[in-house]
Write a protein that binds this ligand. Structure first.
Ligand SMILES: Cc1cc2nc3c(=O)[nH]c(=O)nc-3n(C[C@H](O)[C@H](O)[C@H](O)COP(=O)(O)OP(=O)(O)OC[C@H]3O[C@@H](n4cnc5c(N)ncnc54)[C@H](O)[C@@H]3O)c2cc1C
Length: 399
């Protein structure tokens, strides 16, 4: 099968690239997705929050894509009838050092043009969230909750209407460079393409390595597990309650999110997954686990005492519900273990460099008629429209 452009991966990023390519060019575009259903991985297993951009440094790619992405996603959801509730987020500080960090966030929000309000007493916090505890908070009204699965399916419908061929149940097993393009072996036959977009999420590094790209990086899978607040206790959180982010730590701590279906989810934690798709804490993929444990970058990452402590805390939250409950009680002291029932999990495709750094910014590599998206890092859902457009423009320029 021949197509001018073949995109591997039908998550929100791959489909957004397809959408923008079909709008910008007349090329014959195909998307190859290994699963029979869409949104089976990161794009359908997340918190579904549109992050308006107050916690990313001014001028960074993350800030630019998140700010633009939030407003474009809201428009897109309104136009396409996708559930999206703009009820804002409350970032709560528990002590003086966290309160000082809130001031940094406020300055960043100001610089990025993101709306915010600083609340400096428990009384003001309780006007927003009657059960939240803290001595100060930043309220960002533009944060919103979206149904990420409906969003992915809508993108898929839209690109198919625009003439893109979407193949589900086609796993790319081998990528090879050939004269004038690429040859792709899949579980359902062979494809050829002049241009390749690698948007394979948790497997993007594996495909890139096959053609000698991004060899100093590897995906290390970090599982994020959620609990759901039982419906009878769901009034413990009205909107979204977040801890103050710690710039030293790679992931935000456990937080509360009201989803568009009214469920309150608590999480995610961030524990090393024993496989790229090991969604349960008893799942093990020996090959993936071996690759992670023998990866130089991972070993260097774990040489930091801080990372070992974080890893230990997160493992405890995964295997001991009382530890997860304790983390949840930091924000909402009235929550009890029996209010929480186990829910779904997602796995972050966290890119780690061979010198042990967690790559924090979005990263893509252009090479010989191809774009490899190696790090569509969170808030990748929020950013997916401008990020996908940027990749499509990069490719259109080559052509
Ligand atoms: C727990 C968690 C919470 C998050 N919360 C948020 C949030 O609240 N807000 C936010 O903005 N972002 C959030 N994110 C980040 C966001 O979900 C991701 O950045 C985004 O979904 C990445 O999209 P993607 O298309 O790159 O990846 P994916 O959705 O993983 O898509 C990649 C696709 O490629 C397919 N694929 C892989 N290998 C192959 C192959 N060999 N052949 C064919 N197909 C293949 C996969 O099946 C998959 O469908 C969260 C992520 C996680 C894990």
């Amino acid at each position: 099968m021949y197509h001018d452009v073949t995109i591997v991966g039908g998550g929100c990023v791959g489909l957004s690239v397809a959408k923008h390519l079909s709008e910008l060019t007349d090329l014959d575009v195909a998307v190859l997705e290994k699963e029979h259903h869409l949104a089976a991985h990161q794009s359908g297993r997340n918190s579904g929050v549109l992050h308006p951009g107050f916690n990313y440094p001014q001028g960074s790619k993350k800030a630019r894509f998140a700010i633009e992405g939030t407003s474009r996603m809201k428009e897109y959801c309104a136009e396409h009838d996708i559930p999206c509730d703009e009820h804002g987020v409350l970032v709560v500080a528990q002590d003086d050092s966290e309160e000082a960090r809130l001031d940094d966030l406020a300055r960043q929000a100001e610089a990025n043009g993101v709306e915010y309000e600083l609340l400096d007493s428990q009384t003001e916090i309780r006007e927003h969230e009657p059960y939240a505890a803290g001595k100060a908070a930043l309220y960002a009204p533009e944060a919103a909750s979206v149904d990420s699965q409906q969003y992915v399916y809508e993108l898929a419908r839209e690109v198919q209407d625009a003439g893109v061929d979407l193949y589900t149940g086609y796993e790319v097993t081998r990528v090879e460079k050939m004269a004038g393009g690429y040859h792709l072996a899949t579980t359902n036959g062979h494809f050829e393409a002049m241009y390749l977009v690698n948007a394979a999420g948790l497997h993007a590094d594996e495909l890139a390595h096959q053609v000698g790209v991004g060899e100093r990086y590897q995906v290390v899978p970090f599982r994020g597990e959620y609990y759901e607040v039982r419906p009878e206790s769901a009034d413990l959180c009205r909107t979204m309650i977040y801890p103050t982010p710690d710039p030293e730590l790679p992931f935000l701590g456990v937080h509360y999110t009201r989803r568009t279906d009214g469920k309150i989810i608590v999480g995610p934690n961030a524990v090393l997954a024993f496989g790229r798709e090991a969604y349960d804490n008893t799942d093990i993929n020996p090959r993936d686990l071996y690759e992670t444990l023998t990866y130089e970058g991972f070993r260097k990452l774990l040489s930091s005492k801080l990372m070992v402590k974080v890893a230990w805390d997160e493992i405890n939250k995964s295997y001991r519900k009382e530890k997860f409950t304790e983390a949840s009680q930091r924000l909402v002291p009235d929550i009890r273990s029996e209010d929480l029932q186990q829910s779904y999990a997602g796995i972050r495709a966290q890119l780690v460099s061979d010198d042990g750094e967690l790559v924090k910014d979005p990263l893509f590599v252009e090479r010989e008629n191809a774009v490899h998206i190696l790090n569509a890092v969170s808030p990748g859902l929020t950013s997916s429209l401008p990020f996908g457009e940027h990749i499509a423009e990069t490719l259109a320029e080559k052509i």
